[in-house]
Design a protein around this ligand. Structure first.
Ligand SMILES: [Zn+2]
Length: 405
């Protein structure tokens, strides 16, 4: 590795310190400069300087508050100043594009879901750019200073370079999404795999908040996971994912799109679960699933109503996922497992099936007391994009750009 030259090194320290101070104000505000100095382990003079720059950029503001345990005059504290700064958080899913304008505290200003047809002849990249342009024009009135664009999507991508190599549903080959959007808007653009960003969102604002070791499993069109270990997102900043969906669970099973056979995804993805239900229903005329169109919701409702076939299918998903989770529990010893899935509707059937596997198939001292809970957000939302922006503020990279104006 080549050592950083001195000026670059100082910039790096400034960026890190600014990120730390902003995170502490966001987390503990209103907070006094003295308390900030102690929590950040930075000299009061450094705090004064960083805070002055943030005040000038309208990223934080001063407010009077009563310090805990003090009966004296109100102290001057700092809080983040967010309404003046907006960013775009978007998600590309199967046939649709969700766009949201949020302020820097992640508060939603406006959100829209637009069709993004899979079979349109126009290149996906130009359609995305056009949709974003039109969104900004439609909401001009509400728009404050724009800081960044964050986009989450399924697929294989390089988050650093902003390149989407391949996507499910859409025909995409090495799409330079980050570069194109940045050239178009002049804004920093953050791109991340949706499950990875969703795991960050749960850790920052949701079900995994304040926990150091969590496994998040997504059972949806795709099956995947995210891991928080030692308080950090596993594989953070790389294009590597926790690909549990492509672990073999049935050696003689169906071929998966990855090339192998019997992957977890071929038995636990929403499509394969519904396909299995459709097959089994045919031999079960009394099955409740005949009464309405077959969807994840109707499958869950039938299972909750005690239909043996539906119950068996949801339990089967729990056992398949549970077997892989048991191995992951032995690797990461989490405090909690969070599940993001439309099958959460039948959590009282799904979770015990998962818990049962984890208890019986992992080290008892690790597996006994793990809480299994639903994620707070859902797959189609724009909170995962919000997490990318928050992360870029906390690590200082975006913050420094905003301070420089
Ligand atoms: Zn596979």
């Amino acid at each position: 590795m080549i050592a950083d030259s001195q000026p670059g090194h100082i910039d790096q320290i400034k960026q890190t310190n600014a990120g730390v101070v902003y995170r502490l104000i966001d987390r503990y505000g209103p907070i006094s400069r003295i308390a900030l100095s102690k929590k950040a382990h930075l000299a009061p003079a450094s705090i004064t300087k960083i805070v002055r720059e943030m005040l000038e950029a309208h990223l934080v503001q001063e407010t009077e508050f009563q310090e805990a345990g003090s009966r004296g005059r109100p102290a001057v504290g700092l809080v983040v100043d967010t309404p003046a700064w907006h960013y775009l958080s978007a998600r590309i899913g199967n046939g649709e594009f969700t766009l949201a304008l949020r302020d820097l505290s992640s508060l939603l200003v406006v959100e829209e879901v637009r069709p993004l047809p899979v079979d349109d002849p126009q290149p996906l990249l130009s359609r995305i750019i056009n949709e974003i342009d039109a969104f900004f024009i439609r909401h001009q009135q509400k728009l404050e200073r724009l800081t960044a664009i964050a986009i989450t999507l399924p697929g294989i991508l390089n988050a650093q370079k902003g390149i989407v190599h391949r996507m499910p549903f859409y025909r995409v080959s090495d799409m330079p999404l980050g570069e194109a959007l940045s050239a178009r808007t002049g804004l920093p653009v953050y791109i991340q795999h949706d499950i990875c960003a969703w795991t960050m969102a749960e850790a920052l604002f949701g079900a995994s908040r304040d926990l150091n070791n969590v496994i998040q499993v997504v059972i949806d069109h795709n099956v995947g996971a995210g891991v928080i270990t030692g308080g950090r997102l596993l594989h953070s900043g790389s294009s590597t994912l926790v690909e549990i969906g492509h672990t073999q669970v049935e050696p003689w099973g169906k071929q998966c799109y990855c090339g192998n056979h019997g992957c977890l995804e071929t038995v636990a993805s929403l499509e394969s679960v519904l396909e299995l239900a459709a097959q089994k229903m045919q031999a079960a005329p009394d099955c409740l699933l005949h009464q309405q169109p077959l969807t994840a919701a109707s499958l869950c409702d039938a299972a909750l109503a005690g239909d043996p076939l539906a119950k068996g299918i949801v339990t089967g998903v729990g056992h398949h996922v549970g077997r892989i989770l048991a191995i992951m529990v032995n690797l990461f010893n989490p405090e909690k497992i969070v599940i993001g899935s439309p099958l959460n509707r039948a959590s009282e059937i799904l979770y015990p099936a998962i818990a049962d596997c984890v208890r019986r198939q992992s080290l008892p001292v690790y597996g006994q007391h793990i809480a299994i809970e639903p994620t707070q957000f859902y797959n189609q939302g724009t909170m995962p994009g919000a997490a990318l922006v928050k992360d870029a503020l906390y690590n200082g990279t975006l913050l420094v750009k905003l301070l420089q104006g």
